[in-house]
Design a protein around this ligand. Structure first.
Ligand SMILES: [Mn+2]
Length: 325
């Protein structure tokens, strides 16, 4: 299963030059529309509900927090999570750990649902930025195309701006570090360093922000080049050092499909959680979420299967070079 994704990622690398040119043209066009028509858009309304201090999540005894991984536009599976686990409320909090959009053909419905949930329960719904909450990915993997089909390009500029406000990481109950990809490759990175990142930007080619969005664990030790062609992978010794330096116990991350929806890796120190079952309509994996109650640092791991969706295949809105996984 992982190998299939590797092939897909290999294609991304090989075609990068061609796509970049195309993407830049789109970017220039959308900038013009944006400047002319929506330049009075008020950023402060976003900023007031997604502020840096919210990265520290300490649950009340009666509160549960459900951590979901990648959703990738699979709106009907998101509704199924709500059916299994109930809608957000004061005691039923959620953290959606990035990659809300792209690939699945209902990304618009997913992101509007999540933003409405955030606006309704700002203290109980938490959203992490994933590597797909970025312009480069949206141009290739469908979110831009889907917005062009359902609305227009300027809608993408508005969503793109909103993605820049999303936190890059959280700390749950003073023990568990949560981010979409993985831990920074700069040795001795502290939580204070992570808080200091100016995240109101597209991710650069390298650095702490890019690592948090893109890194993967490996089954060995040390740092290795990433199979994705961007970032790197980190071994269990790197994880141990990061946790010790920051007085933490575990890492939760998403970003990679797992057959059972989640996996406990690196000697029990790291959880991978992925919430898009039968990913891209072909991968046959389960979805999962991790559920914490009160001050617990050991989650209940819940798995679920895919549900039917309207007959619009995954990747329908993706760039035409990327419509096959
Ligand atoms: Mn990802």
């Amino acid at each position: 299963m992982i190998n299939n994704l590797d092939v897909c990622n290999e294609n991304i690398r090989n075609d990068e030059g061609t796509i970049k040119k195309d993407s830049n043209e789109i970017e220039e066009n959308t900038k013009l529309i944006y400047c002319d028509e929506v330049s009075t858009y008020d950023h402060t309304s976003c900023n007031s509900i997604i502020t840096p201090e919210h990265i520290y999540l300490n649950l009340r005894p009666e509160e549960t927090l459900t951590v979901c991984g990648d959703l990738h536009g699979q709106f009907y599976d998101l509704l199924n999570i709500m059916k299994i686990n109930n809608y957000p409320s004061e005691n039923n909090s959620y953290l959606f750990n990035g990659d809300f959009v792209d690939r699945g053909s209902f990304s618009v419905e997913v992101i509007i649902f999540l933003y409405l949930a955030k606006l309704t329960f700002p203290n109980n719904v938490h959203l992490t930025r994933g590597n797909h909450e970025t312009n480069d990915m949206n141009k290739l993997y469908g979110f831009l195309g889907e917005l062009q089909a359902k609305y227009d390009e300027k809608m993408h500029m508005l969503f793109s701006d909103s993605f820049k406000f999303l936190p890059l990481a959280y700390v749950l109950n003073n023990s568990i570090f949560i981010c979409h990809g993985g831990i920074p490759s700069k040795i001795n990175t502290t939580l204070a360093d992570i808080e200091k990142i100016d995240r109101n930007t597209e991710p650069p080619d390298e650095g702490i922000m890019t690592d948090l969005l893109w890194a993967d664990p490996n089954e060995d030790t040390g740092f290795k080049p990433s199979k994705r062609g961007i970032g790197y992978s980190f071994g269990v010794d790197i994880t141990e050092k990061f946790l010790k330096a920051n007085n933490l116990s575990n890492i939760i991350r998403s970003h990679e499909v797992r057959d059972n929806g989640y996996a406990i890796e690196q000697n029990g120190l790291l959880y991978t959680v992925f919430s898009a079952p039968n990913y891209c309509d072909v991968m046959k994996n389960k979805g999962a979420f991790l559920k914490f109650k009160g001050n617990s640092i050991k989650p209940e791991c819940v798995t679920f299967s895919e549900v039917p969706h309207p007959n619009i295949p995954s990747l329908k809105y993706a760039h035409n070079l990327y419509q096959n996984i």
